[in-house]
Design a protein around this ligand. Sequence first.
Ligand code: ADP
Ligand code: MG
Length: 596
Amino acid sequence: MDALRSLNIYLRPYKWRFLFGGMLMVISNLLIILPIPYIGRTINIIKEILSQFEKGLIPYALNKDIIQYGSIIITVPIVGGIIRYYMRQLIITTSRMIEFDMKNEIYAHYQKLSPAFYKKNSTGDLINRFTEDVSLVRQYLGPGIMYLVNLFILTCFVILQMLRIDPTLTFYVLLPIPLLFISIYYLSSTINKKSQEVQTHQSLISSFIQDAFSGIHILKSFVVETYFQKNHEEITRIYQKKNLQLVIFSTLLSSIIILLTGTSQLLILYIGGKRYFEGMVKDIGTLAEFFIYINVLIWPFITLGWVVSTIQRAKVSQKRINAFLKENPDIINQSGKCSKIQGKITFKNVSLVYANTGIQALKELSFTIEKGKTLAIIGATGSGKSTIVQLIPRLYDPTEGEIFIDDRPLKELHLYDLRKNIGYVPQESFLFSDSIHNNIALGAMPKTLEKVIDAAKKAEIEEDILSFRNGYETILGERGVTLSGGQKQRISIARALIKNPQILIFDDSLSAIDQQTKQSIRHHLQNDTKDRTTIIITHEISYVKDADIIIVLEKGKIIEQGDHQSLITQKGHYLQWHYEQLEKKNWLDKVFFRGK
Ligand code: ADP
Ligand code: MG
């Protein structure tokens, strides 16, 4: 029950609801038990009436009793049923409320975790813990607990009643019960193991499906549908197998329960009958009463099989949920103070090793960008350019060395203030399945249309947006318009610009934009950014040339740094890069613009 104990905090706010539900449960069970002795008595009276009829008498007095008992037998269960209905309503809706709380807490926690966590775990698994696992836990909290407590209360009432009538017979009838608990004990651990397997596999399937349909274009263009179909069949077959094994054990448990309750019934018939003839049981009505008690217990005991497997599955699920809830965000806000950011950035011997792969992406980097200046980073793919810029909004923290903003250690700045002051255009644009307006306005406060239009103009995307039928309200993504790479990049740029940030970062974010548009964007930015610090990762020679400092990166190390002039005079890698770019440009000019 360890994992399930962590649920207590969710239950606590609803304790009065549960308590009231429990009270209704006690009453409704009492109302099940209450009419049973009257059934016994009625049977005795009917027997009496029949024997009096045989003697030619008409027993009016007894008829009156029958009407009285009959009305109790009919009305009490109706009232009990109504109470039971409200009890279920109360408990099930409370479990839905807890589910709501849990989902919100898990979501809030997921959001706190850093990108490194999301590199380690698949989205399918994350979603599964969020949906399937929470829903299994809810089943335990609602119907699971309800059936269990109900069974307990009812069993207590029934045993008390049976003891009142005939302790010896009660002893015989209850003989199979210990066997029942032993089988539950042994089977439930197997059920637990099997459900763990099922749930892990379910996550695997979710991840597979997510992958397949996110990459549906590739799937189709490489004509690998059959291959994926086969893979899907294979993993779902394993899932089916695991589920069948789980079903075997849970039905085995249900069958054992039915068998043992049936045995109790047989014992009543046999031993009860014997005792009746021996005169130990006073009348046939009492025997019937006994029989009904055991019957009342059968259904709750049958649900016990389901309850046990629900508890086991919930335990596994809660363990999986807890595993992620226990993950601490490795990047935390350590400052309660507001931080104003000017934009001077200093790296001091910064190194970074990616924990999940062990790749050393950066080695002892040191450089400074003064407020309002521009830094250009060049280097081959995989040299660590993107890694550098991700350190500034603290998407990752350096493993060694330290970063300063305005000469203050990065970690001492208020994390959210820091991020609000950075306009980061990532290498791969990501747009939400939402309107263009909302995509651009994402980080803006307040989100006015004027601001959105202004940002769109600066990012040279306004014309494209207006060409769509719904303009700024055009929905993007899965259910909407698919944008070209260049359009996505420009929306990403607009999203960064709208924040009016002190630090602007472009990670190769102009690669899919044509030359002329690039020039216009550059022009807007130059007018716009007098005291804004800009970091740009690019292969564009014109951007690099004008930068205040240029960093040449190779395998995570700075091999050259300085401004254009000084790097040219060093006659090193930069010069060579510059020469190659110029060659390329001249060649392009020659081929395409000859004679113009
Ligand atoms: P660039 O932007 O210059 O192409 P990156 O900074 O993206 O280079 O990558 C530098 C190195 O770090 C590469 O070897 C890459 O495989 C590795 N790397 C990048 N991101 C991650 C990550 N999230 N987890 C693990 N390794 C990473
Ligand atoms: Mg990169």
